[in-house]
Design a protein. Sequence first.
Length: 439
Amino acid sequence: MTDNAKTTAKPATQATLQAVRGMNDILPDDAPLWLHLEDTARRVFEQYGYRFLRVPIVEPTPLFVRGIGEATDVVEKEMYTFEDKLSGESLTLRPEATAGIVRATIQHNLTYERPQRVWTHGPMFRHERPQKGRYRQFHQLNVEALGFAGPDVDAEQIVLLARLWKALGLENSVSLKINSIGDPADRRAYREALTVYFSQNVEALDDDSKRRLSTNPLRILDSKNPAMQTIIEGAPRMLEQLGTDARAHFDGLRKWLDSAGLVYEIDTRLVRGLDYYNRSVFEWVTDRLGAQGTVAGGGRYDGLCESLGGKPTPACGFAAGMERLVLLLREGLEKSGESATPAPLAYLVHQGDAAAALSWGLAETLRDAGYGIVLHAGGGSMKSQMKKADASGARFALILAEDEVRDRTVTVKWLRETGQEQQTVPIDGLIAWLTAVTV
Ligand code: ATP
Ligand code: MG
């Protein structure tokens, strides 16, 4: 205890500190699923030539306002924006990754020589109402291809996700929806058609949608309000009004998906929640997470780079919500009864000073050989140490007490397999013994 602590009594009323609402701890028992997801994603993304990049969590606010669009839920009400105390600059915790990645691409001239395939993962921040599958700090996997104009790359990213689902054992939990929202000129005409339609039915709109009617009528299609679904169902469809180029792109995408044998639904209502998209949009959805059914969403954003001050760069990307994927993975595990917690190979139990010293060196030697060894810390009786060994999930307890130190041996106790006798193994032969039993 420091002097300071000695003199400062804790006030009786001091509340226990809690994490910010909607921002979760990922505790060690949950972590294996997260690591499994990250490792699997990395392996699959690298198979397709996507290279890792990491951009800051905080960016200048105008990046998101210009990138995502002023009249979107994210920019209107979900961003964590604050003023930098020293510079007075307006900064924002990133609500998504694409804008930052495009900013980095422009800043470092990444697409100057050749197109780029990149990916990243990490926390995003949105001030939403927390519920299952929807949080204020959440995590995404992001994949972006910059400098590619053809629908082959859109299809590549969709097929890559299909491979990821398979690698995660989720292929029967998700399904694919695609749509095209056309090019800007197509969308201008469509916007007018929507404005006419929704104005004729204005009494059926909720307050949000009434506001959107003048600012961004396309967003009305994205409404999650169940009461709005009938009116949305009757709205004109973008897909029927595509221009020649967007139509050819969409047909191309379908051709690639068909040739890959992917099953998909064309969902003419699919518009996505961010303004930068054009042409292809897609979502992978599940019916296992209630209203939070979208596990990955993406599409083409050919105009974003130029609108953020770069040269025109056709691009395509997606984001997958990691919390939702972990929920699906956990559900799968609960069904199969498997545990995902990795355990050390052995737990090293020791009694007495000489055994403690010997154990320390032995643990390091075993780790040099590549084995996972937990060395008991904190003293205690042999019985209590053995309890901890068992709880660690280790396959063996390695025991060093007075007798073992004298004989330069280790007593090996099998903790998982039944019917295995306790054994005495010479310290010098321990690695060979472990190698023999772990092949
Ligand atoms: P939703 O329609 O569920 O609000 P969105 O269209 O806002 O999603 P995107 O901005 O496209 O989502 O983000 C891509 C993915 O990130 C979503 O499909 C989802 O899996 C995940 N995601 C988005 N917002 C959250 C959140 N608040 N909490 C957890 N995951 C989220
Ligand atoms: Mg949202």
